[in-house]
Design a protein around this ligand. Structure first.
Ligand code: C5J
Length: 229
């Protein structure tokens, strides 16, 4: 028996088969959300990303209860930085040149295995949930994500995480081109820039949902919970 629910979204409500739907939580890492990491080193107010944590927790709880596939991603680099391309490190002429790999209060910035690179405790992966380590902004580039999704017969992605206009946006664009139906859960995403967050959601759902449909955690949770009642 299929488990299908209709979700209120923009530009329009649509049904999803939850057994072919995965929740993907993008880069909810200390490096982006906590003081002393990559995000703050770039001059950002990291407290702006906190607002996505509680909605993500709610979606995660319902998804886990229903046995849905939950995938986490982390942006970062190998300790020897061999997967870090020179432009990302140097950004010619930028005051942020050479930041990745330097020592910070949470270890080397954006380096795998360091405290800052890991996912915040509130959203920590449960055993068995795939964690995709990616060197770039998109979650498909140089990772096994597509193999995992195809192997699990996933057709729809519920996308959460940070930051809305960079890694969430890149991942949705990659997924859309690969034929996945993307639903961006707006309040489960956040940006250091309010206007970028708003405009990214607006852009995704414009033109009949050209990149993604957009919803919120309450709509998703209400729809999913209707299955367990
Ligand atoms: C950035 C990300 N903003 N996860 N990464 O560099 O959005």
């Amino acid at each position: 028996m299929t488990r299908t629910v209709t979700v209120q979204m923009e530009p329009q409500a649509a049904p999803i088969d939850i057994d072919r739907t995965a929740v993907i939580i993008i880069d909810m890492q200390r490096d982006f959300l906590q003081p002393g990491g990559f995000g703050e080193s770039l001059g950002n107010d990291v407290s702006k990303l906190q607002r996505a944590v509680e909605p993500c927790q709610k979606v995660l709880a319902v998804a886990r209860e229903l046995g849905m596939l939950v995938i986490h991603t982390r942006e970062g680099h190998l300790p020897d930085l061999t997967d870090l391309h020179p432009f990302k490190l140097q950004r010619p002429g930028s005051s942020h040149a050479g930041l990745i790999g330097t020592e910070g209060p949470m270890g080397r910035i954006m380096v795998r295995g360091e405290v800052g690179h890991d996912i915040v405790p509130e959203l920590y992966p449960k055993p068995g949930e795939p964690v995709i380590d990616k060197p770039g902004k998109g979650s498909f580039s140089s990772t096994a994500l597509e193999c995992i999704l195809r192997a699990k017969d996933i057709s729809t992605l519920l996308v959460c995480g940070v930051t809305t206009e960079i890694c969430v946006n890149s991942t949705i664009r990659e997924a859309n081109d690969r034929g996945f139906f993307c639903i961006c859960i707006g309040d489960c995403c956040a940006s250091y820039f309010d206007e970028f967050h708003e405009m990214t959601l607006k852009m995704m759902k414009a033109q009949g949902g050209i990149l993604a449909y957009v919803t919120d955690s309450k709509s998703i949770c209400d729809s999913l919970k209707s299955l367990s009642s």
